[in-house]
Design a protein around this ligand. Structure first.
Ligand SMILES: [Fe+2]
Length: 260
């Protein structure tokens, strides 16, 4: 049987499965540093792989500083919550607004857990050999839902350009339908929606959340940290360049997985 440390080392982080090992608390020996629950995944390509569309320096800081900070902050806040630290990042973000995540740490988990989940997907949604157009079933679904690929690109780019401040534009599938949505900060489509407090179920019990049925297929990070070094304030230029690196094979695989 693998030791836990060996298991962590063999965990493949370049795939969509964002699994992690549980946290180990050094409760009896303060000298031994606690192992962390979540780790920064390796980029699935070199820092300069997306040049000239996404520059290496931006990738270095975006991945090595910003994404790392989300992971570090998440581990820090969950150090005293081993049950939460043992979850996969996907399950943690899905459970965000449930009683599983104490309200006092929920904003921190939303920002940093969402940041870790969103960015881990984002790296895989880009590729050195990306660009072009989606294929097969995803291509048909985009045409069916948006009229044409060109119309989809136009609407997605509009959504991304209109995000006020920091956030993301997402192509999601929900109940077999493709939708373009935008979300602020590091909120994620897989997190449950918060319902008004006056909503009750048929038995009179107050409902505080519903599980999201949206699955992200494609996401675009429009925080300034994603583009400011190369494009400064010209987010529209960044969006136009980004289409050249979209990994449609990865997006198509996610559509096949979540379409029904
Ligand atoms: Fe980012």
């Amino acid at each position: 049987m693998l030791t836990r440390r060996q298991a962590i080392k063999t965990t493949a982080l370049s795939t969509a499965a964002i699994t992690v090992a549980p946290v180990m608390m050094a409760q009896n020996n303060p000298v031994v540093a606690a192992e962390v629950a979540f780790k920064l995944p390796r980029l699935p390509y070199a820092l300069d792989a997306l040049e000239p569309h996404i520059d290496a320096r931006t990738m270095e800081i975006h991945h090595g500083k910003h994404h790392k900070a989300y992971v570090d902050n998440l581990n820090k806040v969950l150090a005293e919550h081993p049950t939460l630290a043992a979850k996969s990042i996907e399950d943690l973000v899905k459970d965000l607004n449930t009683s599983a995540v104490p309200e006092k740490i929920r904003p921190t988990v939303r920002n940093n857990g969402g940041g870790h989940f969103n960015h881990t997907l984002f790296w895989q949604m880009m590729s050195k050999s990306g660009g072009g157009e989606p294929k097969a079933e995803l291509a048909k679904a985009i045409e069916l839902n948006f009229g044409s690929f060109a119309e989809f690109k136009k609407k997605f780019a509009e959504s991304a350009s209109k995000v006020f401040g920091s956030g993301w534009a997402w192509l999601v599938v929900e109940s077999k339908e493709l939708k373009i949505i935008s979300m602020p900060n590091q909120n994620s489509p897989i997190s449950p929606d918060v319902l008004p407090s006056e909503v009750h179920d048929s038995s009179g019990k107050k409902l505080t959340f519903i599980h999201s049925t949206q699955q992200p297929l494609l996401g675009l990070d429009v925080w300034e940290h994603a583009y400011y070094l190369k494009h400064q304030n010209r987010r529209v230029d960044y969006i136009a360049a980004w289409w050249n690196v979209v990994n449609w094979d990865f997006v198509g695989d996610r559509y096949a997985k979540y379409k029904s």
